[in-house]
Design a protein around this ligand. Structure first.
Ligand code: ADP
Length: 261
């Protein structure tokens, strides 16, 4: 527990720092990228300046992507949780997921026929799914299978997850499974730390899973991982189930998901 508390404090400090830096960087990058976009079309493609400007613009875009991850990591104030059905969220993200993972990876979703009501911010929930899917994709450079599963599970008082902070009772589970390279115990032990990445300079930010962890915790959920080198990886994300009776009038729309209303 002490370790968890220290980790939470560290995350909060890093988050605050990262958020402040990201905000200022964002303003500066808007200037850099904006001027690049204006000048670039005016420079003839055969000029060496064109290559230099293209490199500046590419680096600027990469920096902007990193900043937006940093902002997502520290953005705690503007979450808008609402009751939504995880099955619908997964269904809606399937098209984008397919594009994201490419043609060499097969996407299968196995959704429970039961309603999967949870209370979460829909934008953040998308981010959880996308971050887990991108990691799965990166773990399968020569192709494989990505499976997204939803189900209802009962968390009992005696469950070790309860001592890890999860409320006992019915939970909605999101499982994201890949047939990729898997992880060593050493990587597994650092997985959720901000800025931990094995993807090399310019490729990974090391923030994807820290963001996932933060979002899930905020929704009173829990995230765990099972992985072995060469044996693929499964992330299990649990959210407390929202009972329909308790939330009458705050319930789900007949179709689709309310976003930011
Ligand atoms: P990033 O993706 O930017 O590296 P993450 O926090 O998302 O940052 O992931 C941290 C590290 O965890 C990755 O660099 C990778 O080594 C490992 N990892 C995460 N997901 C998987 C997975 N599905 N399979 C194998 N390794 C993974």
């Amino acid at each position: 527990l002490e370790e968890q508390f220290r980790q939470a404090q560290k995350m909060e400090a890093v988050g605050r720092l990262a958020g402040g830096v990201a905000h200022d960087f964002n303003n500066l990058l808007t200037v850099i990228n904006g001027y690049c976009d204006i000048i670039l079309p005016e420079v003839p493609p055969e000029s060496p300046d064109h290559d230099a400007l293209t490199a500046i613009r590419d680096a600027g875009e990469r920096a902007a992507a990193l900043t937006s991850q940093l902002l997502a990591f520290s953005r705690k104030a503007i979450v808008a949780p609402q009751v939504l059905d995880l099955n619908e969220v997964v269904g809606l993200s399937e098209k984008l997921l397919r594009r994201l993972i490419g043609e060499d990876i097969t996407l299968t979703s196995v959704l429970t026929p039961n309603a999967c009501r949870i209370k979460a911010d829909p934008v953040q929930l998308d981010q959880v799914i996308m971050n887990l899917a991108v990691n799965a994709r990166d773990a399968m450079p020569t192709g494989g299978r990505l499976t997204i599963e939803t189900k209802l599970v009962q968390v009992r008082d005696s469950d070790p997850l309860v001592s890890a902070g999860l409320r006992p009772g019915r939970c909605v589970e999101l499982a994201v499974r890949d047939t990729g390279c898997g992880m060593s115990p050493e990587v597994l032990s650092k997985l959720f730390e901000p800025f931990f990445t094995t993807k090399g300079l310019g490729k990974g930010t090391g923030l994807g899973l820290a963001v996932v962890h933060g979002i899930v915790k905020q929704a009173d959920g829990h995230v765990s991982v099972m992985s072995s080198v060469g044996g693929g990886t499964t992330f299990h994300v649990l959210f407390p189930e929202v009972l329909p009776a308790v939330h009458e009038g705050d319930g789900l729309p007949k179709s689709g998901i309310r976003r930011g209303t």
